[in-house]
Design a protein around this ligand. Structure first.
Ligand code: RP5
Length: 161
C-alpha cells in the first residue's frame, strides 16, 4: 500500500523515540514510510522529500529532531502537507532546545508541535490519524475505538504498587 504518512527524523538516534509514532500507525492500520532526513547533514534529501510529498499522496508528515531541530520547520517550508513536529529529548538540555527550535515558527509556515519525547511521537501518530480520519470513515471508527479503549483502561481509583 502507498504510504499516507511520512515519519522522518534527523538521525538514527531519533528512531527509539519516533518508533512510538510508528507503533500508533501500526495499531490503526495506516500505511506509512520511515526515513532519515537531516536538515543539516542531508539538506538535499530534505528538499527532494518536501518537493515530492504532496504528489506522492502523503497526507501528513511526522518529523522528529533533537537539539537544533530545524527539520520540521524546513520541511514545512517545502510542502503544504501538514507537518507534525516531535521534539526529541536531548542529553544536554533535555529537549527544551528541540521544543523551542520546532515550536517558534514564523507566521505563514506552521508546524503542529507535540510534547517532548516518546509521548509526543505517539501523539504525532494520533494527530496524523485524526487528519486522515476526516476523509476515511473506517479509520475514524478505528480511532474512536482506540480512544475508547484507552479511556476504559484507566482505573477509577489508585492502588498501592
Ligand atoms: C539532530 O541531532 C537529530 O535529530 C538528533 O536528535 C541529534 C543528534 O544526532 P546524532 O548525533 O545522534 O546523529 O540532527
Amino acid at each position: 500500500m502507498e504510504p499516507k504518512v511520512g515519519i522522518i527524523m534527523g538521525s538514527q538516534s531519533d528512531w527509539p523515540t519516533m518508533k512510538a509514532a510508528a507503533d500508533i500507525l501500526d495499531q490503526l492500520g495506516i500505511p506509512y514510510e520511515t526515513k532519515i532526513v537531516s536538515a543539516h547533514r542531508t539538506p538535499d534529501r530534505l528538499w527532494d522529500y518536501g518537493r515530492g510529498a504532496a504528489r506522492r499522496g502523503l497526507k501528513a508528515i511526522i518529523a522528529g529532531a533533537g537539539g537544533a531541530a530545524h527539520l520540521p520547520g524546513m520541511m514545512a517550508s517545502k510542502t503544504r502537507v501538514p507537518v507534525i513536529g516531535v521534539p526529541v529529548q536531548t542529553r544536554a538540555l533535555s529537549g527544551v532546545d528541540s521544543l523551542y527550535s520546532i515550536v517558534q515558527m514564523p507566521r505563514g509556515f506552521p508546524v503542529a508541535t507535540m510534547a517532548i519525547g516518546a509521548a509526543g511521537a505517539a501523539n504525532g501518530g494520533l494527530m496524523a490519524a485524526a487528519i486522515l480520519a476526516n476523509e476515511d470513515a473506517a479509520l475514524a471508527e478505528r480511532l474512536d475505538a482506540w480512544r475508547a479503549d484507552l479511556s476504559a483502561s484507566i482505573p477509577d481509583e489508585p492502588v498501592d504498587e
